[in-house]
Design a binder for this molecule. Structure first.
Ligand code: AGP
Length: 345
């Protein structure tokens, strides 16, 4: 049945390994739905402002999309769903609501308010005909398949893929580079799982972790830190790497673990931040696509299509958190205090 672990010790590990198939299904689903995607892309191009509302992991995917649009000159506002009171929408605005479950109450309350204020709503959900999909003007589905683990994994990757796809349609760019994405991610998982396990097990002995990135690496750093908090119960924080010198660096002492996400952009700047951390005794780790960071104590470098960098990095940060949790003796499928779907405010 779909609720079987198929030989994996946990649903979470099974679902991380389902990233490639989720990516494949996401892309073929969107290609089948291309007319609707084009219609949505047109709405985005014509919008005065784009408000992206989502919670937790889905918020990180929303931030990624917001950054993709912002760097092309769009007026875009990533919004933590529960803060919907802080933003007033108006006619001409487009609201993109991202929710794996399609049932998160904070997201639902927000889209109801924004709709009343005159905005059009686009939903991206995994669960077909969920409340959020039904209440929206346009629906997109990520089609990652059912996710049992409370910690979102393959659905995060599917969100990134859906949003990258949508962004390429908005920009009228070719979608060819997505064709091999699932195979690339399958190989990356095979090649990096040992490294992720080693890092995860090292982190299992730590009380604090920083995750740093720049540009599109920031949402990945945030997701990496959230995963560690959720299932390994280690205090992990993410910052844009350049921001770390404005405060967070004060905590660095010998052996403080700092993980750098290097998507291949702003590499020199990131390397400076790494050296600042090392100079204060940090133990540094780097997850790199195409370009290395010099002086990193531990590194993995993946050579691939740079346009897929964030999609490639997603499963690696998931694996790191998984192996940290298992080493600490926790069941990653049943994190304390958390529910798969949050239907309270
Ligand atoms: C992710 O690991 C968490 N379980 C949580 O942050 C989740 O992403 C959030 O509650 C949003 O859920 P949704 O995508 O179903 O709306």
């Amino acid at each position: 049945s779909s609720a079987s672990k198929e030989g994996y010790p946990h649903f979470m590990l099974k679902e991380i390994h389902e990233n490639p198939i989720a990516i494949k299904d996401t892309i073929s689903g969107l290609l089948n739905d291309i007319d609707r995607v084009k219609e949505i892309a047109e709405e985005i191009r014509n919008a005065e402002r784009i408000i992206v509302t989502a919670a937790g992991t889905s918020y990180h995917a929303g931030l990624y999309f917001s950054l993709l649009l912002a760097r092309r000159g769009y007026t875009v506002m990533p919004l933590v769903a529960s803060e919907y009171h802080s933003v007033r929408a108006k006619k001409g605005d487009i609201v993109l609501a991202i929710s794996q479950s399609g049932e998160t109450l904070d997201v639902k309350m927000g889209i109801r308010k924004f709709k009343e204020e005159g905005a059009k709503i686009i939903a991206l959900t995994n669960v077909i005909e969920s409340d959020i999909a039904r209440e929206s003007d346009y629906k997109l589905y990520m089609r990652a398949g059912p996710e049992i683990g409370v910690a979102a994994t393959k659905t995060f990757t599917s969100e990134l893929v859906s949003l990258k796809f949508l962004h390429s349609v908005v920009e009228r760019e070719s979608l060819d580079y997505l064709e091999k994405a699932h195979e690339i991610v399958r190989n990356v998982i095979t090649e990096t799982e040992g490294f992720a396990k080693k890092i995860g097990e090292e982190l299992a002995n730590k009380n604090n972790i920083y995750y740093l990135g720049r540009g599109l690496g920031v949402p990945l750093a945030m997701e990496g830190a959230l995963k560690i908090k959720e299932i390994a119960y280690i205090h992990a924080e993410a910052y844009p790497a350049g921001e770390s010198k404005h405060g967070p660096i004060a905590l660095i002492e010998k052996g403080f673990p700092v993980i750098f996400i290097n998507t291949g952009e702003l590499v020199d700047e990131l390397e400076k931040n790494l050296q600042e951390m090392k100079a204060r005794g940090a133990t540094t780790y780097s997850i790199n696509v195409n370009e290395r960071l010099n002086f990193s104590d531990n590194e993995i470098v993946i050579k691939s299509d740079g346009r897929l960098a964030e999609i490639i990095i997603a499963p690696i940060v998931q694996l790191i958190a998984y192996y940290a949790a298992v080493r600490r003796g926790y069941d990653p499928d049943k994190p304390r205090n958390l529910a798969k779907t949050v239907t309270v405010e």
